[in-house]
Design a protein around this ligand. Structure first.
Ligand code: UN1
Length: 505
């Protein structure tokens, strides 16, 4: 069976001839075959979404949220099963697969619960007889393009708020995780959401590009690589009336000062660098360590990196599953080689796992292990500037105060997330106030943001923030609305309202 697109309340094979197969990155076992969406399929989906918009926006917030509450319960009830689907399709270990689903229902809960909260503001007017408001209107059709590393959570970051606010949606999941996409679309179908309000087109970058270009799409929400995100933002930018919100990668760091608690530092560094096999946009690829504690940290971190359990992601004692596909393996090796040519002193090289490390039946999987190196800090090194999206970690020693650590921390084009490990609140506060990040942590890993916090970066990492409250800004239009309760017209700023006429005599 070949899975289809969900357009205007109907499952359809679409217009394309091509299909593609999703496979388990741990075993390469095929998980399903999917029709590959074309620009024409996208046009049908956006037309359906545009058609459904007026009736959908006419419902109350609370009625719209009811459909999402159904999905909230389904996500919870099917936690184990859905967690396994996530793990099988994108390879992250099972606690992460399940956390992805939990994060999704948290987001749905936030969006649907927010339906009963005030929207907009009552604003005082200079004129006592006037009532002034800031009201919000849905923008219309929202195009959502989402990544494979959070294949259930991130789609709901985009879609839950968009729908509750009264927009309709056309969604293209990542080509690596179409089965998760299929499962979510089935949930929307089962919720009975009106036809055309939610549409799914499976496919690759060309289908995503068709969403971005379509004139019926009023807002594009994108989470993924900086490379694609900036292209999307560049394309949408010049189009009047169309808006875009992107959340992209990072070259994140954990700063470990001379006053750090060593256990906290090690625990935070391992989590930040190796969870999700380094494939979070919030993962840390740089550990910036004070020279006084550098040797101690290095020896213990290297020990841990040698030991972290890589293997079957469905096993509960696995720490790192495979990376998602062959392209990620290649990119990882390329950057490891680059670091070597740029002068890295390699401390851990588990990049090609031994036969004993790979469990039987998993030989064909996309396996890599930690790559850890030390290198003298230099602004020009590409391995310290570019995002790898894998367990590729540089140890950098610094001398001097927290100011110097933050200088190194900020010396990247990105600014998504960062952490400082210190027992000295002055250092922590300095980092809080000066690190170029959208999400900052102290005495914690730099991963694990919660859904009701803003999520997004500065510099190359972000343009808007397609998440929680911030999505409301992206998918609604503010209107200043003023009502006169008097018979006479009185103007603000002392402006005369008198209509004077020419004296006839
Ligand atoms: C991502 O890394 O792409 O902060 C999203 C976290 C998660 C979301 C990460 N809540 O780690």
């Amino acid at each position: 069976m070949t899975y289809e697109h969900y357009i205007d309340g109907t499952w359809t094979a679409g217009h394309g001839e091509e299909t593609f197969t999703s496979e388990d990155p741990a075993t390469r076992e095929p998980l399903g075959t999917f029709h590959r969406g074309t620009a024409e399929d996208v046009r049908e989906a956006t037309a359906a979404a545009a058609e459904a918009f007026e009736a959908w926006r006419a419902l109350s917030y609370i009625d719209r949220a009811e459909y999402l509450w159904d999905i909230f319960h389904e996500l919870r009830d099917r936690h184990e099963e859905l967690g396994e689907i996530v793990t099988k399709e994108c390879g992250k270990e099972i606690s992460e697969g399940k956390a992805d689903v939990t994060e999704a229902w948290h987001m749905v809960e936030w969006a649907a619960g927010n339906a009963r909260h005030p929207h907009g503001d009552v604003v005082p007017s200079e004129i006592p007889a006037k009532d002034a408001y800031m009201r919000r209107k849905p923008r219309g059709v929202v195009g959502c393009i989402t990544p494979w590393n959070f294949p259930v959570a991130i789609p709901f970051w985009h879609m839950a708020v968009s729908l509750v606010e009264g927009n309709t949606v056309v969604w293209k999941p990542a080509e690596q995780t179409p089965w998760c996409g299929q499962t979510i679309a089935e949930m929307f179908e089962a919720s009975g959401i009106p036809d055309g309000v939610f549409n799914l087109v499976q496919g690759f970058g060309d289908a995503g590009g068709a969403i971005v270009e379509d004139y019926r799409v009023d807002t594009v929400l994108f989470t993924g690589s900086a490379e694609v995100g900036h292209e999307v933002a560049g394309e949408v930018g010049p189009e009047p009336g169309k808006t875009v919100s992107c959340e992209m990668g990072g070259k994140n760091a954990v700063v470990i000062t001379a006053n750090a608690d060593m256990d906290t530092a090690l625990h935070s560094a391992v989590m930040s660098s190796f969870k999700t096999t380094g494939q979070r946009c919030v993962s840390a690829e740089r550990l910036i360590v004070h020279e006084d504690v550098y040797e101690e940290f290095k020896s213990e971190f290297v020990d841990l990196a040698m030991q972290v359990a890589v293997g079957d992601p469905l096993e509960e004692d696995t720490f790192m599953g495979p990376v998602v596909d062959g392209r990620q393996v290649e990119k990882f090796h390329e950057y490891n080689d680059l670091a070597r040519t740029e002068g890295a002193n390699v401390l851990v090289d588990r990049t090609e796992l031994t036969d004993e490390e790979i469990p039987a039946g998993f030989e064909d999987g996309f396996w890599v292990g930690p790559f850890v190196y030390e290198i003298d800090y230099d602004s020009d090194l590409r391995c310290l500037q570019e995002e790898v999206f894998g367990p590729h970690v540089a140890l950098l020693s610094y001398s001097g105060g927290i100011e110097r650590a933050v200088e190194i921390h900020n010396d990247v084009p990105y600014g998504l997330t960062g952490a400082v490990i210190s027992e000295d609140y002055r250092e922590i506060n300095y980092f809080r106030d000066h690190a170029d990040v959208g999400l900052g942590y102290a005495n914690l890993p730099c991963i694990g943001a919660e859904v009701h916090l803003p999520f997004g970066g500065v510099k190359k990492s972000g343009k808007g923030s397609p998440h929680a409250r911030e999505v409301i800004e992206a998918v609604t239009e503010r209107t200043a609305w003023t009502l006169n309760n008097a018979r006479d017209i009185e103007m603000a700023q002392g402006l005369s309202a008198e209509i004077t006429t020419k004296d006839e005599e």
